[in-house]
Design a protein around this ligand. Structure first.
Ligand code: RB5
Length: 149
């Protein structure tokens, strides 16, 4: 099934831990990059190592969670080659892969319950990027990334 990294801050920890069990049950090798306590932490400290791995090609895909998912998505999208999608509905989770080839799925642990979070991740993992005109659009984003660095 492949490898998937996952991390959260304190506000996403419960949903993260549930997703780890779920993904392991589906047969994925899950790399838990914290946080593993309920004490308040800063989401960049946990999101950055994951975004770095994806950006550097060390891992193909990852899931990040914080309270709303907003902080983690802002952070992850600073990294070259990262396409992080914050989703809270199943349609967007599928489109995130089919149209945007998102390599990080971001979920708000205070927005989405455990059951829906499982559905979101499963939908994203099972979808396939459809390329074509969507690849052209991603290429344009890549060009901007190159020019602005
Ligand atoms: C933490 O309170 C919260 O701000 C954080 O989890 C996240 O929602 C930030 O975007």
């Amino acid at each position: 099934m492949g490898k998937i990294a996952i991390a959260s801050d304190h506000a996403g920890r419960e949903v993260k831990d549930d997703l780890i069990e779920f993904l392991k049950g589906l047969g994925y090798e899950v790399i838990d990059m914290g946080v593993n306590s309920d004490s308040s932490v800063d989401y960049p400290d946990y999101g950055s190592p994951v975004a770095e791995k994806v950006s550097g090609g060390k891992i193909e895909r990852a899931v990040l969670l914080c309270g709303t998912g907003i902080g983690m998505s802002i952070l992850a999208n600073k990294y070259k080659g990262v396409r992080a999608a914050l989703v809270s509905d199943v349609y967007s989770a599928r489109m995130a892969k089919e149209h945007n080839d998102a390599n990080i799925l971001v979920i708000g642990g205070r927005v989405v319950g455990k059951g829906l979070a499982r559905e979101l991740v499963k939908e994203w993992l099972e979808a396939k990027f459809i390329g074509g005109r969507h690849q052209r659009r991603l290429d344009k984003i890549k060009d901007i990334e190159e020019k602005r660095k």
